[in-house]
Design a protein around this ligand. Structure first.
Ligand code: SF4
Length: 68
């Protein structure tokens, strides 16, 4: 994925501002790596933590018990 070899890592297909609102500009054609990534899994929450964002629940929703 273009952009993931740079520091700081940022996929060139990512649009928006992390922590505010983002979207994937190639969502329908994204790679299997992206398709296999699950919101709320261990890798997702590790990436969120690197950006200072709270963990998501395993179903990909915000865990209000943690965020509160
Ligand atoms: S889903 Fe994949 S291709 Fe789309 S912005 Fe995220 S890392 Fe990039």
């Amino acid at each position: 994925m273009r952009g993931t070899e740079q520091q700081p890592v940022r996929c060139s297909a990512l649009q928006g501002s992390v922590g505010a609102m983002v979207s994937c500009s190639i969502y329908a054609a994204r790679s299997s790596t992206c398709r296999d990534f699950r919101a709320g899994d261990e890798r997702c929450n590790a990436a969120r933590a690197r950006h200072g964002l709270p963990a998501l629940a395993e179903d990909g929703t915000e865990d209000l018990a943690i965020a509160a």
